[in-house]
Design a protein around this ligand. Structure first.
Ligand code: F0G
Length: 352
């Protein structure tokens, strides 16, 4: 087999695996770094912006990077059952990898608050989906209790193998650019992924694969921005349901990343998120989910602070197909419904 082997086999020497580890893989990773000139133009001053399109992973999000590791290691340890809380993407990835590895998967989600595509995925991959009357933070509290009391493995990002798998995205960014970027812009919910990228950038620098380290720029949705405000949010709200989190599990590590990298946490409004989401799809042809667009919204917001000529990578964490409702609502001015089936009415819409 000459194809891409998946990230565990590709990066085995940087990961806590051995020849004995049963590798559960959907050949995730190896996602493209795409130049986005319409975003670069808006920032100006010869800044070069790229997006790391991790929505092209097998279940459509970066979670696959962490889940191939978490499930492989769970299997190695003899686990038969995994559990997670999720705003949607973790549940889809956990379900797919658990089933591929022959494990049972249980996922807790906030009822009515996850995007349609993600719900469909978790169900069809064969997880037992438990919708609770409560938000993500409550669901995480519950699965922590369950994992303490019963013989089940927790696969949220507090599981250290998740971070290990996800750090490989930073390796790929360095390989694509030949160097680390000046800034890494990334949406933040539980702050697992920003922790993972920073781990990866540091490890590759130590291995001599890059000279510098990026400033880590994390972006939260304004209605769910506990790390920005320094205060837990009891009732987080945002159109970006993936990052609708009021009490991040990796809060302390997020602060360490900020300090060590000279980075910052900022918030972006739902309007700014949807604006970036529309530019990415409508001008670049890159369709991500709303939460992912927070990285680009954040960069546009901080344009004035970007050094001239800088190289910037914005992480697009999830595929746009995850959330079809957001796309349809977000572009309804282009949707012409109830049109009479004749050439004249169509020509009128076309401006002839
Ligand atoms: N972007 C997307 C599309 C996500 O699904 C998530 C997290 C994040 C960004 C934030 O990453 O939590 O590591 O800071 N989604 C989790 C889930 C919470 O359950 O799918 P983070």
């Amino acid at each position: 087999f000459q194809g891409w082997p998946g990230l565990i086999r590709k990066y085995a020497k940087y990961l806590p695996v051995s020849d004995q580890t049963p590798v559960v893989t959907l050949h995730e990773g190896n996602t493209p770094l795409i130049p986005v000139p319409a975003i670069s133009d808006r920032v100006g001053r010869d800044v070069k912006v790229y997006v790391k399109y991790d929505g092209l992973n097998p279940t459509g999000s970066f979670k696959d990077r962490g889940m191939t590791m978490a499930i492989s290691k769970a299997k190695e340890a003899g686990a038969t059952t995994v559990i997670c809380a999720s705003t949607g993407n973790t549940s889809a990835a956990a379900a797919a990898y658990a089933k591929r590895g022959g494990l049972r998967a249980f996922v807790l989600i906030p009822d009515g608050k996850i995007a349609l595509g993600k719900l469909g995925q978790a169900l069809i991959y064969g997880a037992e989906v438990i919708a609770i009357d409560g938000n993500f933070d409550k669901a995480l509290e519950l699965v922590r209790q369950m994992a303490d009391q019963y013989p089940i493995t927790l696969v949220n990002s507090i599981n250290p193998y998740r971070i290990e798998g996800q750090k490989t995205a930073a390796f790929e960014v360095i390989e694509a650019l030949g160097e680390a970027p000046d800034w890494l812009c990334i949406p933040v919910g539980n702050a697992g992924n920003i922790t993972a990228y920073w781990t990866g950038f540091r490890q590759y620098q130590e291995a001599g694969k890059s000279q510098k380290l990026p400033r880590m720029m994390g972006f939260q949705a304004a209605g769910s921005a506990p790390i920005v405000t320094g205060k837990m949010v009891e009732h987080p709200e945002t159109v970006a349901t993936a990052i609708r989190i009021g009490n991040p599990a990796n809060w302390t590590r997020a602060i360490a990343v900020q300090t060590e990298s000279g980075g910052a946490f900022n918030s972006v409004t739902d309007e700014e998120i949807m604006n970036a989401y529309r530019i990415l799809a409508g001008e670049e042809g890159v369709f991500c989910e709303p939460a992912s667009a927070a990285s680009v919204a954040g960069l546009l917001k901080l344009s004035d602070q970007v050094p001239t000529g800088a190289t910037i990578v914005c992480v697009l964490t999830g595929n746009g197909l995850k959330d079809p409702d957001a796309a349809i609502k977000g572009a309804n001015q282009h949707f012409h419904q109830g049109i009479a089936p004749d050439p004249a009415s169509i020509a009128k819409i076309m401006g002839f």
